[in-house]
Ligand binder design. Structure first.
Ligand SMILES: NC(=O)c1ccc[n+]([C@@H]2O[C@H](COP(=O)([O-])OP(=O)(O)OC[C@H]3O[C@@H](n4cnc5c(N)ncnc54)[C@H](O)[C@@H]3O)[C@@H](O)[C@H]2O)c1
Length: 229
């Protein structure tokens, strides 16, 4: 497979490395070579099976619009753009492209999502979420924390009565990403905690997602397909 990686930052550079280790051809572009998606033309995408984006919220939107308009396929790891999700899904549908997006490509975090849905069934507890990431992260709360919040609220429509589950966000050094879901009851406290030790888990999940997406058209959340990998 030929994979075009957008973003040679902390995560994108690992994605390129993991894709090469898995035997794929890899091209990688950073912002200077792809200002406002300028490199995402039909000739440049010819022969590319899947594009993978780990850039920034604004850039990812421009990249998705360009790739999906050409009927091509893109895995989007970048977070913080989901207000435009419906627009991107419609574009994929209209042009026969493919979009696979996810707030977290770590398989361990996907398990945390499932366990959180189970924990949220507990009666008589209040729920809160804490997330810690590196100091240069652009969006807060993290996309993963927002997903956890949505999972808890969806499982407890009566308990929340429209009130949001609180998220506390911390930005510390080079933290790779920690999420803690806390259920506090009158007599005890339960916690689910995921702490990423490196970014490699995200990179591997994104490359495996790209392998899954090859040859498909449509739009998927990584949460819906990760157990098919
Ligand atoms: N979904 C996940 O599992 C997951 C995991 C890690 C990070 N992320 C997200 O991925 C994004 C990137 O994170 P990071 O830590 O690697 O950031 P980073 O700042 O280290 O890297 C981003 C890179 O993208 C480049 N870039 C910006 N605009 C570009 C463009 N138009 N074309 C090509 N490259 C461009 C920047 O120059 C930079 O090198 C963030 O939104 C982060 O939240 C998601």
């Amino acid at each position: 497979m030929l994979i075009l990686v957008l973003g040679r930052g902390k995560t994108g550079s690992l994605v390129a490395q993991v894709a090469r280790e898995r035997g794929h051809g890899v091209r990688a572009l950073d912002v200077t070579e792809n200002q406002h998606a300028s490199a995402l033309t039909a000739p440049n995408l010819a022969g590319v099976d899947v594009v993978i984006d780990f850039t920034a919220p604004e850039a990812a939107q421009e990249n998705m619009r360009a790739v999906l308009s050409l009927g091509a396929r893109i895995v989007v790891g970048t977070t913080g753009w989901y207000a435009h999700l419906d627009e991107m899904k419609a574009l994929a549908d209209k042009r026969g492209g493919a979009l696979l997006y996810g707030t977290n490509f770590s398989i361990g975090v996907q398990k945390l999502f499932r366990l959180t849905a189970e924990l949220a069934q507990l009666d008589g507890y209040t729920f809160s979420i804490a997330e810690t990431h590196h100091e240069s992260k652009l969006d807060a709360p993290s996309g993963t924390a927002i997903t956890l919040q949505q999972i808890v609220e969806a499982a407890r429509p009566q308990a929340n009565l429209g009130a949001k589950v609180e998220i506390a966000s911390y930005r510390v050094g080079d933290a790779k990403g920690e999420h803690i879901v806390t259920a506090t009851g009158p007599d005890d406290i339960l916690e689910l905690r995921h702490n990423a030790l490196s970014r490699r888990g995200f990179a591997l999940g994104a490359v495996r997602a790209a392998e899954w997406l090859a040859g498909k058209s449509g739009a998927w959340d990584f949460r819906a397909i990760f157990d098919q990998l």
